[in-house]
Design a protein around this ligand. Sequence first.
Ligand code: HSE
Length: 310
Amino acid sequence: MQNGKVTVKVPASTANLGPGFDTLGMAFQLYTTISFEAADETIIRLHGSQLEGIATDKTNLIYKVAADLFEQAGLSVPELIIDIDSDVPLTRGLGSSASAIVGALVAANELAGKPFTTDELFSMATAREGHPDNVGASLFGGIIVALMDEDDVPYVRLPVPEHLGALVVIPDFMLSTSKSRDVLPSMYSRHDVVHTSSHTGVLVAALATGQLGLLKSAMKDVLHQPYRVPLVPGLEAIIEDATKYGALGAALSGAGPTIIALVDQRNSTAKLEAFMVNALAEQGIACTVMNLIPDTQGVQVEACLSGVTR
Ligand code: HSE
């Protein structure tokens, strides 16, 4: 059972979409591919240009998550040859760590003979990440709305509205999630709580019913973005004015520093792109731009056992 080889392809994701803090996630066709093969000795090989600095010993996150799954299944932890290839920029707010956790859990679960259900893997991934938004999107694809209950992670997976796409600007610096969470207050006024619940409610309903004209208002946020503005120069201007250049709405992607504008894929994004790149350039920040298409499949498994694809 643990002698085979398995390869999984995991989508990147954005989280929050404005007010849906730790609640909303959406997957993108931007992938991390992870292969596990049982071996005599653990070897971790990194491919592509995005993985610089990642540990290649047993402190590697993917190895640790896999080892924990085998232990939780009551199995001995195998030595593994692990190949990781990723197009997802690290520590930028596009769910790279969530992709790694989801990929490790799903690949290890396959090698272990599937002791855990997908929903159990979701709970394990959420416990590891601390919030369900990115891991839910990477696991299930599409748009995920989830909450953390005492020992459960109830969720709803929404289909992606037709023609919805995203333009992201990825600043040329890293921002750790913990640094970006440390700036948030621990108490909020009733005004901010009501603002957040009403905007999140309308945002989810708008996405569920494809009423994309509501995103401009519904993506407004007072819970986390205003506190993160000092960490991401240019964010305030982009959130304020992106809709004037054709965005349906704009937000910080996850904990940042990537900024996401939701767009109608049928329209040109040239003016919006110029505006967003310039808003960062005015603050002295270079960036990479990506047009992203939502992923609707979630993690995909390609398992090869004894040379037999199943
Ligand atoms: N919801 C999280 C945050 C996403 O905004 O801090 C971080 O991955």
